[in-house]
Design a protein around this ligand. Sequence first.
Ligand SMILES: NC(=O)c1ccc[n+]([C@@H]2O[C@H](COP(=O)([O-])OP(=O)(O)OC[C@H]3O[C@@H](n4cnc5c(N)ncnc54)[C@H](OP(=O)(O)O)[C@@H]3O)[C@@H](O)[C@H]2O)c1
Length: 388
Amino acid sequence: MTPPMKRDPICGMTVNPATALHAERDGETHFFCGDDCLQQFLNATAASQRAGPCVIVIFGASGDLTKRKLLPALCNLVAGGLLSEDFAIIGVGRTEWSGNDFRQQMREAIAEFATQKMDPALWTNIEQRMRYCSGSYTDPETYQRLSTMLEESNAKQHTSGNALFYLSVPPISFAPIAQQLHASGLLKEVPPVWRRLVIEKPFGHDLASARELNATLSASLAESQIFRIDHYLLVFRLGNSMIEPVWNRTFIDHVEITAAESIGIEGRAAFYETAGAFRDMMQTHMLMLLALITMEPPASLSGEAVRNEKAKLLEAIRIPKPEDVMRDTVRGQYGPGEIAGKPIDGYAEEPGVSLGSTVETFAAAKLWIDNWRWAGVPFYLRTGKRLA
Ligand SMILES: NC(=O)c1ccc[n+]([C@@H]2O[C@H](COP(=O)([O-])OP(=O)(O)OC[C@H]3O[C@@H](n4cnc5c(N)ncnc54)[C@H](OP(=O)(O)O)[C@@H]3O)[C@@H](O)[C@H]2O)c1
């Protein structure tokens, strides 16, 4: 059957959806007669979705995540017109860098990790808006200097007093930084000015520590100011009219989700020895992925609506009885071998791994979701390093 013709929203021409260029907006697919109309549509979409003025403050700015992911992502947002023209970036860290050192380090990082070719003029624009604040995360003076830099950014880059604090530091520093930000008054919102805190995973290392961290954060911030981030995930399912009608227990026998990494621990033994695959991947990325693909469609794509649906879904996961854990979970550790013809050390031989370590680099679990949509469908989650 031939699909009905569609109207190009820019020029009004009738187009064949089977062959036309297309783009998504708000869960709806739009079709275009050619590249010019598509580009006009994308530009208009970018302008309508552009964030307001703000300063992005990155704690742990000398770290791996900042250079590999955060800075390249910010550059992409600027290139795509999705960040306000009135933005600034402040890096914070114990590393004693000057502003120039920070800009130089980030320039090198962008050359290595940018996901698209960087226009030199664009980088110059970004670089001029970057500052660096050096100091201990527990020293109130660091926050006084940060406060001065926020005022400078406000005056020079017209950031309207808005600030987003991104904690790209090891979890041990989450609570002290939130407490110091609160004590120095930097989290205070006087509408329309907003202040937000973004926390990387892992959020605690077990239930008790996650609750403790939540309690500390709640003492310093309103829930609407806290963003618990997992930077790997995308929502692809919602609004897909092909998938949604069959996305339930009537049509699906079982679901397998596999995150097979080819890399090992990449020199991060100090972190990995305290985490393992269950804490590093399963209770974070894998459960979030599970929630995003199985939750009920939220009323809107607002943070709160999505969070509520994810929470409902997570609550519906059956908590295994102790006797089921041995049957329904698997742990393993990679040994020496070869990947793409290259010899690879086993986990036990990686620098920094303790002698006889039993930390798991592979984790698998079978889970059940006890709700109407998924009752009786087993979910198999698997993740591991040096698997692909
Ligand atoms: N890298 C990734 O792809 C990735 C993936 C998932 C999640 N994450 C999460 O994102 C956060 C940052 O990751 P990352 O890989 O960038 O971490 P990282 O490189 O180990 O640390 C980031 C920065 O934090 C500071 N830091 C290191 N150890 C510290 C300590 N013991 N106490 C206080 N500050 C310390 C260091 O900056 P200064 O010495 O200059 O203060 C360091 O440059 C972590 O919570 C991590 O779990 C990262």
